[in-house]
Design a protein around this ligand. Structure first.
Ligand SMILES: Nc1ncnc2c1ncn2[C@@H]1O[C@H](COP(=O)(O)OP(=O)(O)OP(=O)(O)O)[C@@H](O)[C@H]1O
Length: 329
């Protein structure tokens, strides 16, 4: 297997790189389900780093390995300079982990959950209260309510407070915004920005591609493999061809027609639009697509040149060996 050069010997883990994964592989069910394949990743101190990928991509598996809850089959990893296998106890003391499924005790109140997690880490709610104050203030009016009776957004804030109560140097958040309303999601990302200002290194996973722009750097992951790591703007900026958005009265027929046209390199549905790239684009793509749609008797045709999103980049990277036509979704 080809190894990249992300390989750090255990005795020389750089202090400015609190998370290092080197060639991690993990499979389940006696090797029949490959969850991670040769995953290498480095997160720098103070970064807000996003792990972006669809359900089943391997995000939770990677989080569980990095937080010492699961052993990798192959590869090595270090968190805060500690080996995830040899020094798991130290890691558990220095990291905060908010698992995807809620970590809260549903029958305990907000206040009791917080106290419980503080006790677990040998600290008190008061010791690092400043760190959680802004977040906790938002749920304080419900401090006597059982966690099970909170809204999704409030549960998420409480779970974040619990993960922060011992002032971790590194914070792992596995899909913290899944199933949470849009307003709470936006507030959550703002909270993460504030935590980052306090010097906490954050690795956060999400299946929502549009959240990628909130991160300093992201890794796109699919089928247990890292497709690419970079800043969101560099990833979209590296989109190698013109991208067009097209729609017509019958979007489904247009999709079928465009996919059967030999000029089309990729075409996939994106909300109410089709996103299209052409094989040989000499800059007149909009006109070409319009003419072709007209030749197929499409009505109300609109074609625009658009800036690629992270999702466009993800689809292109994920389907690069199956182009033309891209992936429908
Ligand atoms: N305990 C397990 N036993 C068998 N297969 C598993 C187990 N845990 C995960 N998998 C499989 O491993 C792959 C990666 O799963 P993982 O949960 O790490 O992905 P994910 O990106 O976190 O997605 P999700 O949000 O759906 O959990 C998937 O194919 C999943 O079905």
């Amino acid at each position: 297997m080809k190894k990249n050069n992300l390989h750090t010997p255990p005795d020389a883990v750089p202090a400015d790189t609190p998370i290092i994964a080197a060639h991690l592989s993990k499979s389940y069910n006696k090797g029949t389900v490959a969850a991670l394949s040769d995953v290498s990743l480095e997160v720098k101190k103070g970064e807000l780093f996003g792990l972006i990928g669809p359900d089943g991509a391997g995000k939770t598996t990677l989080f569980r390995i990095l937080t010492t809850l699961l052993l990798a089959d192959e590869g090595q990893a270090w968190v805060s300079g500690y080996d995830v296998v040899k020094n798991f106890k130290q890691i558990r003391r220095t990291v905060g982990y908010m698992p995807g499924k809620f970590s809260l005790y549903q029958d305990l109140t907000v206040q009791e959950n917080l106290t419980f997690f503080a006790t677990l880490f040998g600290t008190s709610v008061e010791t690092h209260y400043e760190l959680i104050k802004d977040i906790y203030d938002q749920i304080k009016p419900f401090s006597d309510r059982r966690a099970g009776k909170l809204s999704g957004g409030m549960k998420q804030k409480l779970a974040l407070c619990c993960a922060l109560i011992h002032k971790p140097a590194v914070l792992f958040l596995d899909e913290p915004t899944t199933g949470v309303d849009v307003v709470s999601r936006r507030e959550f990302w703002e909270m993460l920005q504030q935590l980052k200002q306090q010097g906490i290194t954050i690795l956060v996973s999400t299946p929502y591609m549009e959240e990628a722009v909130r991160c300093d750097r992201i890794a796109l992951i699919q089928n247990g493999r890292i497709l690419h790591v970079d800043t969101p703007s560099r990833i979209t900026g590296a989109f190698p061809v013109n991208l067009y958005a097209a729609k017509a009265a019958s979007i489904y027929t247009l999709l079928k027609d465009l996919r059967s046209w030999n000029q089309v390199e990729s075409c996939y549905a994106f909300g109410e639009w089709l996103h299209v790239t052409l094989r040989q684009d000499t800059g007149n793509g909009q006109a070409l697509i319009r003419e072709y749609a007209a030749s197929r008797a499409h009505a109300q045709v609109v074609v625009q040149t658009i800036a690629p999103t992270i999702e466009d980049s993800f689809i292109r990277l994920a389907t690069s060996n199956t182009l033309p036509y891209g992936s429908g979704h």
